[in-house]
Design a protein around this ligand. Structure first.
Ligand SMILES: [Zn+2]
Length: 305
């Protein structure tokens, strides 16, 4: 296939790279699919869609591994710590020959993963991208829920009217309608969370859920909370504790929780799921000195091995 295929830019979301390919080739996505033989649509947040990785693996063979792409340009690092060993091995061993792009993933809970409902960007980064690359691209971290400020400039991200997930098309930054954009609200919470999310996204050795549990249990004990009960069901992790929900409200505030984790407000059973954002919320709420940053937990959450 003679379609020019650029490398993803640093931190670019892979389906955004696909949008650039489509733009450069002057071809609609459907035509790229037809020519490549892959169904590469932006599906279920497209974030680590097997077909998409296979499509790029085919182009970059020998230059960048699919594993590299999955870790650097998709949200795979968010679910990797919770994925079964078998799934991790499946990713690691992906090669052009062994790819079976049937789009199925096992034991990841990936359907629960959502990007923001609207695509977001940093105005300052967009300016710098234009100066440096003569085009704009979508960074992955801008689309992660709760990462509402730019981790480089510390400025609020701008939310566009373009759907961020469950879309069947990919978006070109030039599609942005400026009149429909709005700046996200920046709070101390969002600055703190963005920084931590950036650190964890860049880290390939985030611990699995047992380590996260340990931290939560220890903090609950230190805080004198004795009603925390954790259990697993249907491959998810649930924590029940009426007191814990109160702690969350006390730290994060009812409004913030209502916007971001309304489930914590409506039930004393907290479904932690298979990605680490909710664990972060609980850890912070349980911390005896929440004014300190997340940094001191990073070494406990990441593994040296
Ligand atoms: Zn920026």
């Amino acid at each position: 296939m003679g379609i020019p295929c650029p490398y993803p830019y640093p931190g670019e979301m892979l389906n955004g790279t696909l949008a650039r390919i489509s733009r450069r080739a002057g071809l609609p996505l459907s035509e790229i699919e037809r020519l490549s033989g892959y169904h590469v649509r932006f599906r279920h947040d497209g974030a680590f869609c097997m077909e998409l990785l296979a499509f790029f693996g085919d182009k970059f063979e020998g230059r960048r591994s699919i594993w590299e792409l999955a870790c650097s340009n998709t949200i795979f690092p968010m679910v990797m710590p919770f994925a079964a060993e078998k799934t991790i091995k499946q990713y690691k061993s992906l090669t052009r020959q062994s790819i079976r792009p049937d789009g199925r993933f096992y034991n990841i809970g990936w359907r629960k993963l959502r990007l923001k409902s609207r695509l977001c960007f940093c105005k300052e980064c967009f300016k710098e991208q234009l100066d440096r690359y003569c085009e704009n691209y979508w960074k992955l971290i801008w689309q992660i829920p709760l990462a509402d400020v730019c981790e480089i400039h510390g400025t609020p991200l701008t939310q566009t009217s373009l759907p961020g997930s469950h879309s069947t098309r990919v978006f070109d930054p030039t599609d942005i309608d400026n009149s429909a954009c709005r700046e996200l609200e920046v709070t101390e919470h969002s600055c703190m969370l963005t920084k931590t999310i950036a650190t964890l996204l860049a880290n390939r050795r985030i611990a699995g859920r047992d380590r996260w549990h340990d931290i939560i249990s220890r903090l609950a004990k230190n805080a004198g909370i004795s009603d925390v009960k954790a259990y697993r069901w249907n491959n998810g992790v649930f924590i029940t504790s009426p007191t814990l929900a109160d702690q969350c409200i006390a730290f994060w505030g009812e409004n913030w929780l209502a916007q971001n984790f309304s489930q914590i407000l409506s039930s004393s059973t907290i479904q932690l799921g298979n990605y680490w954002l909710k664990y972060l919320i609980l850890i912070k709420a349980l911390d005896k000195d929440p004014s300190l940053s997340f940094d001191r937990y990073i070494s406990q959450i990441t593994s040296k091995c």
